[in-house]
Design a binder for this molecule. Structure first.
Ligand code: FES
Ligand code: FES
Length: 208
């Protein structure tokens, strides 16, 4: 009589299956733990926002954008892509324009932050806000706070002699060409395509 090719008993199969199941569940637990987000850590953060000192206790992973919108209710600054690609979240920090979605609030403790709410008020608009209205520099308006903050800081950059990528020659606010202004503003996307009107508004302010 021939020997069975696989002399495995029914009990052996059950024991082996149970062992496989145990190993596979242990692996899933390990995989789950490996992909689990790190525990949150709260940190004190003090920012001077639009001239007022604001102290917050924030999860260390909170972006500056979320700190402004969710914790300080300054919703003028918009969240577009949340990945540094559209410029809707532009604010001015210590005189420089930045994408607030790309940096953590804790990195800015002690910094001075200006948002669209701090540039002007409905009764006392910033000249750039007035120019955007006069030149129809917006349609849906979603990109507009970022465009205006960026424009204001961009003209300051020209005044401080920061060169553009368009030309090595330094320009002034008055002599900056349309191409240079558009290049300097290229980090701010307008899905409505109001670029010509935005450039006209900036030119009006640049000319004083
Ligand atoms: Fe920050 Fe788009 S929301 S760059
Ligand atoms: Fe609509 Fe710029 S006005 S995205």
């Amino acid at each position: 009589m021939n020997e069975p090719i696989l002399p495995i008993s029914r009990r052996g199969v059950l024991v082996s299956s149970a062992a496989t199941l145990a190993i596979s569940s242990a692996s899933s637990v390990l995989a789950r733990n490996a992909s689990a987000p790190a525990a949150s850590v709260s940190m004190p953060v003090t920012l001077t926002v639009n001239g007022t000192e604001r102290s917050l206790d924030l999860d260390s992973r909170t972006t500056l954008l979320d700190a402004l919108r969710e914790h300080l209710q300054l919703t003028g600054t918009k969240k577009g892509c949340d990945h540094g690609q559209c410029g809707a979240c532009t604010v001015i920090v210590n005189g420089e324009r930045i994408n607030s979605c790309l940096s953590l609030a804790v990195q800015h403790s002690g910094d001075e932050v200006t948002t669209i709410e701090g540039l002007g008020t409905p009764d006392d608009l910033h000249p750039m806000q007035t120019a955007f209205i006069e030149h129809d520099g917006y349609q849906c308006g979603y990109c507009t706070p970022g465009q205006i903050c960026s424009s204001v800081a961009m003209l300051d950059e020209i005044e401080r002699g920061i060169p553009s990528h368009v030309s090595d020659e330094l320009t002034t606010r008055m002599t900056a060409t349309n191409a240079e202004v558009r290049e300097r503003m290229s980090g701010n996307i307008c899905r409505c395509g109001a670029y010509s009107n935005i450039a006209a508004a900036i030119a009006q302010v640049a000319e004083g």
